[in-house]
Design a protein around this ligand. Structure first.
Ligand code: ADP
Length: 281
């Protein structure tokens, strides 16, 4: 959970004050690339659960933050992992001085009080964990808390959003069809180069020509995906490189640290990418 924000909740939120820490008060910068903003708004209107598909670092999280802000809804984000249990999402009894006390997990909190619940990298969770979202993502919109003997009827504002990286898909790690079919899907990818340069410029403060050169390097590396690289250089990595350069780090060193070293250990691949950096920079 994010650190509680110091800003007071907007007036009139009444019983929603419990979600004050999850409200997004300032507009997150998001550069739309197609009609994803309008499609998401329409999906939210009918409370359709949404799946954001695309490689890591291409803007999915920023998009959902922007949409939560635009719709004026709190956003509860959960980074999914394989050790996560259903109780981590739903809640559990805690022991305290007065005995036991129920504590809602992030999914129960969002369903009870009306937040958008963003389950990031949902495929990382085990399938027995993933199925707890099923009754919340069909017409029932309920969350049974078996241990507590309660059934939460989801607040009208509640919505589930998941992110999914199709590149990581394998037989061992994939969503069940019965899970996938509960969601509408939006495709995300690295933006077209002018747009990506604009994003890198905005986020790092670097000049447009260096931003463009960084995007060229990334595009070169993205072409090597599947030919020795598992994932290309993401927009997030370009912003890191640009931020280092902007703070006075030598551009070649910045690219080595932020773009090349993180994505490969293979010496030949490193050489190939390093020389792409020297060519384009
Ligand atoms: P993902 O959730 O897909 O892994 P993020 O949303 O965290 O990726 O994106 C990484 C960074 O890239 C963001 O912090 C943001 O700075 C930038 N970014 C990527 N795409 C966009 C976009 N369309 N508009 C604004 N910023 C973007």
């Amino acid at each position: 959970a994010p650190a509680p924000s110091s800003a007071p909740a907007p007036a009139g939120t009444g019983s929603n004050d419990i979600l004050a820490a999850y409200r997004i008060n300032e507009q997150p910068y998001y550069r739309s690339v197609a009609d994803e903003v309008e499609l998401y708004e329409a999906a939210y209107l009918v409370r359709m659960p949404m799946m954001l598909k695309g490689p890591t670092g291409c803007g999915k999280t920023r998009f959902v933050e922007h949409m939560a802000w635009k719709l004026g809804k709190p956003l509860i984000t959960v980074a999914c992992n394989e050790d996560m249990t259903a109780s981590d999402l739903v809640g559990r009894f805690l022991l305290d001085a007065n005995g036991t006390r129920w504590q809602d997990g992030p999914l129960a909190l969002a369903a009870r009080h009306g937040a958008i619940c963003y389950l990031d990298e949902i495929v990382e969770a085990r399938q027995d964990t993933t199925v707890v979202i099923h009754p919340l993502t069909d017409a029932r919109r309920i969350l049974p808390l078996d241990k507590k003997g309660e059934v939460i009827h989801a607040h009208p504002d509640f919505q589930v959003v998941i992110s999914y990286n199709p590149g990581y898909q394998s037989l061992m790690k994939d969503l069940k069809q019965s899970t996938k079919q509960r969601f509408g899907g939006l495709d995300f990818n690295y933006p077209e180069h002018e747009v990506e340069a604009e994003i890198v410029e905005h986020e790092s403060g670097i000049g447009r020509d260096i931003a463009k050169k960084l995007v060229q390097i990334a595009e070169r590396a993205r072409n090597l995906k599947g030919h020795g690289l598992d994932e290309g250089i993401s927009t997030r990595m370009l912003i890191y490189a640009a931020s280092l350069i902007q703070r006075g780090v030598d551009p070649l060193a910045a690219c080595r640290v932020a773009l090349v070293r993180p994505i490969t250990d293979d010496p030949d691949m490193r050489d190939a990418l390093d020389s792409a950096v020297t060519t384009y920079l």
